[in-house]
Ligand binder design. Structure first.
Ligand code: DCP
Ligand code: MG
Length: 372
């Protein structure tokens, strides 16, 4: 049976944190379709529907083999009538007519284009769409459109930022951050997180966590790192968010996209010389010798490191299900800062990700198995 997971359990869990999901996805034809449907639902502000498609895609990604027929979806969690109809369509026609309709829809195409700009979310994209704007050129030449600083950078570096960042580029960025941190705080650590920690070959940005053994010095370190990168002349854009962390208000009851640690969203200039094999993923005709790369740095206090690492490692779907599992199956609240046991009325400390999985009574899932 295709539905059998690689573990000894006989059924697939409805929770991504109880599945091992590598980057080998034998069901890409189906999951790509679900992801288009999910994105379209998000554009239409149908969050519940979007989530249903994301969950269905996530379940299929965890299967060890491709579906052979519609019957193979039987017994799988998170696949409802609508998602089964899409699977059936693809088996019968090789494609989903519902997906084709969306892909050729002007609003979907425009929303996709506008939200591809750094700093532009669905709300702004829709506002521009409703004003009759359809191209990026129209937006930058429209005098009534106000762009914030982030969006201005998004347009300025659009070609670079929308080009996937390679693993080699991500590691080169990491070396730059590590050298900078090393100069100022030799005891501090710089740890890769996000998609590249899950083993992805390409990403939309690079994510690193900085932390220091001396509690309370992490925020200052992050600020000095930014200063230093700026001094090196490689910062193209900086958005700094100071700590809003308050240990007395933990944990957050609802899912928040952002945690309260000091962090920054940067665009940095990455030079070809910094890459091990000297090649940037740029147009062959590009003679600049550098490209712009999006870099996120977050600096949690040392005692929160494991929670921050787990939270930033993703995937987003894996994170959602960790929190949902904690709440519904264990009566615990998990976020990027802490794990709280409601019945014990106590916070459960953790030094490592393994500690957190242990508190939750979950088998440890390696980062490269979290591509849910
Ligand atoms: N994250 C999350 N929920 C969000 C946003 C982020 O749980 N709403 C977590 C999970 C992500 C991690 O933060 O994996 C980093 O966010 P990215 O947007 O950088 O996502 P990835 O690194 O996973 O993918 P990409 O290759 O697109 O950068
Ligand atoms: Mg990332």
């Amino acid at each position: 049976r295709v539905g059998l997971p690689s573990t000894s359990e006989s059924t697939v869990s409805q929770y991504a944190c109880q599945r091992r999901t590598t980057l080998d996805n034998p069901n890409k034809i189906f999951t790509d379709a679900f992801e288009v449907l999910a994105e379209n639902s998000d554009f239409c502000d149908s969050k519940g529907q979007a989530l249903a498609y994301k969950r269905a895609a996530s379940v299929l990604k965890s299967l060890p083999a491709a579906l052979r027929c519609l019957g193979d979806t039987e017994g799988l969690p998170c696949l409802g009538e609508q998602t089964r109809a899409v699977v059936e369509d693809i088996f019968e026609c090789g494609r989903s007519s519902k997906v084709e309709t969306i892909l050729s829809d002007e609003k979907f195409q425009t929303m996709k284009l506008f939200t591809s700009v750094f700093g532009v979310g669905p709300k702004t994209a829709e506002k521009w769409y409703l004003r009759g704007l359809r191209t990026l050129e129209e937006i930058v030449s429209e005098p009534h459109v106000h762009l914030n600083r982030m969006q201005q950078a998004g347009f300025l570096y659009y070609a670079d930022i929308t080009r996937p960042v390679s693993k080699a580029e991500a590691h080169a960025v990491g070396r730059i951050v590590k050298e900078t941190v090393q100069e100022m705080s030799p005891n501090a650590s710089v740890v890769l997180t996000g998609g590249f920690r899950r083993g992805k070959e390409f990403g939309h940005d690079v994510d690193y966590i900085l932390t220091t053994p001396e509690m309370g010095t992490e925020e200052g370190l992050l600020l000095r790192v930014i200063d230093r990168l700026n001094y090196q002349g490689i910062l193209l854009y900086t958005e700094y968010q100071g700590s809003t962390f308050d240990a007395n208000r933990l944990p957050c009851r609802r899912f928040e996209a952002m945690d309260h640690f000091p962090k920054c969203f940067l665009i940095i200039q990455l030079h070809a010389a910094a890459i091990q094999d000297g090649t940037l993923s740029c147009d062959p005709g590009d003679r600049r010798g550098w490209r712009a790369v999006r870099l996120d740095l977050v600096a949690p206090p040392a005692d929160r490191f494991a929670f921050a690492l787990l939270g930033w490692s993703g995937s987003t779907q894996f994170e959602r299900d960790l929190r949902r599992f904690a709440r519904l199956e264990r009566g615990m609240l998990l976020d990027n800062h802490a794990l709280y046991d409601k019945s014990k009325d106590a916070f459960l400390p953790a030094k490592t990700e393994e500690d957190i999985f242990g508190h939750l009574g979950l088998e440890y899932i390696e980062p490269w198995q979290r591509n849910a």
